[in-house]
Design a protein around this ligand. Structure first.
Ligand code: PHE
Length: 339
């Protein structure tokens, strides 16, 4: 009994000494748990063959309660020290805060949304398609069979090992996807990223187009011009005119290049429009019956027009940007100007 009391006393003192040195809660907890464990072990040893079991139990519990007190005091000391350190920290509350810059939309997104909104007002819905396309949708169904010379107009990225898979070179394949999926009337606008092997100040290998497609009974070339004129005036202003120049696309007949009045000189002639007063915007035409044949539309009953142009180019004209790579370099000094 006497030796148990000594042992317990020693354990308590050792605990007290250890906790005074401890700098963190974790070691305080560990030292305390070890000490209680040792006290229980000492109790167990003393109990074997003893007659005063009750006194042994009481004595041990008394020391365990003391250890508990030592432990609580140590935790409190650590908490007090932490609070004191916190109070000593000096904070200059008069320093100006760090302003967070708000994000904003990219100029191409701004242009795309505005284009979509203008066409939505005249009944066009937005359709999208995949950027990795089949040869069928990108070329074949648009009346550009394999080896057709018109394929040369679009320098194509093919996918290694899959000759029938391409990065779409234009948004026109979505004309095909839309018509395969629904019956006329069709009125869709198709924004999207397209790819061609071109890379200079006015061409990026990745750029964005918007396609328009309208198919119904009695749709005419005049409807095409009216829709384009409506768009041009909404997007660039009331003074803008539209000129359609004869051209060729395999999937439209007749086909026309779309020109808008030069937005920089208002048609008087300047360096940008090469003194012509007009700026080339994109391609257009009446949907070729060959395309209708591929999607199962009756070309005796339905006619339609289609057009397509670069969104990036639209944004360049609208915001006066002369270098297309600026859009994709991610330089915030450029992007910030379009808030
Ligand atoms: N897809 C053509 C191009 O990228 C543009 C176009 C679209 C022409 C629709 C006519 C009709 O060059």
């Amino acid at each position: 009994m006497a030796s148990l009391a000594d042992q317990l006393q020693q354990l308590s003192s050792a605990l007290e000494a250890a906790l005074q040195r401890d700098k963190d809660e974790q070691s305080v907890r560990k030292h305390h748990a070890d000490c209680v464990g040792a006290m229980r072990a000492a109790q167990k040893a003393a109990l074997s063959g003893a007659s005063d079991k009750k006194a042994i139990g009481q004595l041990t519990n008394e020391h365990i309660r003391r250890a508990e007190g030592i432990y609580e005091a140590a935790l409190k000391r650590l908490a007090d020290e932490a609070a004191a350190r916190e109070l000593e920290r000096s904070v200059d509350v008069t320093l100006p805060g760090r302003a967070r810059r708000l994000g904003h939309l990219h100029p191409i997104t701004l242009a795309r949304r505005e284009i979509e909104a203008i066409f939505a007002q005249i009944g066009f819905t937005v359709a999208v398609g995949p950027q990795v396309e089949t040869d069928f949708h990108n070329f074949e169904a648009l009346a550009m069979p394999k080896d057709h010379p018109a394929r040369d107009m679009q320098d194509t990225f093919y996918v290694d090992g899959s000759p029938d898979v391409v990065l779409r070179t234009h948004t026109s394949p979505v004309q095909i996807r839309t018509m395969l999926a629904q019956k006329p009337p069709v009125r869709v606008i198709v924004p999207g990223t397209v790819y061609r092997r071109d890379d200079d100040a006015t061409h990026s290998p990745m750029f964005n187009q918007v396609e328009g497609l309208c198919v119904d009974e009695g749709v005419t070339f005049a409807d095409l011009k009216g829709v384009l004129l409506h768009f041009a005036r909404r997007f660039f202003g009331d003074k803008i005119g539209v000129r359609l120049r004869p051209s060729f696309f395999p999937f439209t007949e007749p086909s026309a290049e779309i020109d808008f009045t030069c937005v920089f000189c208002g048609g008087k002639g300047c360096r940008t429009c090469k003194q012509t007063g007009w700026i080339e915007i994109g391609g257009s035409g009446m949907v070729d019956p060959e395309v209708f044949r591929h999607v199962g539309y009756d070309s005796e009953k339905y006619t339609g027009f289609a057009f397509g142009w670069g969104i990036d180019r639209m944004a360049m004209l609208k915001y006066g940007i002369d270098n297309i790579p600026l859009f994709f370099e991610g330089d915030v000094r450029f992007a910030r100007q379009f808030r």
